[in-house]
Design a protein around this ligand. Sequence first.
Ligand code: AMP
Length: 127
Amino acid sequence: MAVSGKPPYDSANIFAKILRNEIPCEKIYENDFALAFYDIRPQAPSHALVIPKGEYVSFADFGASAPAELIVGFYRAVAHVAKEMGLEETGYRLISNMGWDSHQEVPHYHIHILGGRKLGTMLAAAG
Ligand code: AMP
């Protein structure tokens, strides 16, 4: 089910539960700013999710409200994870869905890292 991407933050969302260690994830990396884990329904040979440690609903909310230190730390973590996944030579795609039209499903800001094969054109033609 898609979400609006706008606050208020719902602390019952699945990524909040992962951050609180209430449900497991296949962890790739963690530091003070971010947690990275494998997507449960991978759409490429390598498909990770990176989430910030903080209550932000979407890219819009994170960009508007997060402290600068967290924003910098989070994006450095995303780049670090992509490199650790071995994707820097062949390349990768970052996706962040925000709101209804993007079909954002989880209302905790996250970046998808996708790679491991040629990903084709940026968007599917329709559908
Ligand atoms: P989005 O549509 O951008 O909100 O994407 C949410 C992503 O979270 C989807 O690719 C799901 O496969 C993924 N996902 C949902 N639940 C879990 C989970 N428990 N562990 C890992 N990935 C998940």
